[in-house]
Design a protein around this ligand. Sequence first.
Ligand code: SF4
Length: 239
Amino acid sequence: MEIRRPVRKPKPKKKPARVSRTPKKSPGTDPKRVRAILAKLDEAYPSVTCALEHRNPFELLIATILSAQCTDVRVNEVTKTLFRKYPTPEALAYAHPLELQQEIRPTGFFRNKTKSVMGASKKIVEEFSGAVPRTMEQLLTLPGVARKTANVVLGTAFGIAAGVVVDTHVQRVSRRLDLTRQTEPKKIELDLMRVVPREKWILFSHQLIWHGRRVCQARKPRCMECNLERLCYSKDKTV
Ligand code: SF4
C-alpha cells in the first residue's frame, strides 16, 4: 500500500521589518509643553534684551562681531572708547589696521576681528550707502557676519524676526529643555523656529541667553533656582 505523506506548504517568507525614515518626534516639543516653557520664560524674563551696549544698528553689528568668544562685559568696555574714536562706518572702514587691532585686542582673536570689522564697514559704506542692511540675505554678505550676528542685528536693532539667535547659551539650554536634539547651530535654529511661534523669536532668544548666563550655566546649572525645573528632565539637572 502506498503511504501518502502530507504535502508541506512552503513557509511564507518573513517580510523585512519596516524602518521608519522620519525621526521620532521629541516629546519635548509637545505644543502644550512648549507653551508652558514660554510662559515660564516670560515670567522670569519679561523684557530682557541684548546686553551689548549700542546707540544704533551699526554699533550693534560691530559689538556683535567683537562678542565672538568674549563676554559682553568685556566688549562693552572696549566699544566705549572704540565708538568714540571711530563713530561712523567710514571711520572704521578706513582705519589704520594696526591701530584698530590694539583697540580690539582685549576681545581676543583681534587680527581676524579687525579684518571683519573693517571689511563689514567698508562694504556698508561702498555697497549699502553707509546703512546696515535689513535683510538676512544682505547681512550674510558682510565679512564676519553669520546667521547668529545677523539675527541679533535684525531682531534687536530693527525688530525683524528672521530667525532665532543661536549662541552657546541657546544651544545648551534648548537641548537641556529638549526643544531640540540637534548639535549644529543651523539645525538647532530650524528646530526652534518650528516649535516657537514667530512673534516670540526675538524675545525667546534673549530669554534663553539670560537663562543660560544666570541659571542654566554650563558646568553647574542652578536647578534649585530654576523656574523651569518641573518641566525639565535633562540628565544635567542638579536636583
Ligand atoms: S532645571 Fe536645571 S538643567 Fe533644566 S533648565 Fe533649569 S537650570 Fe537648566
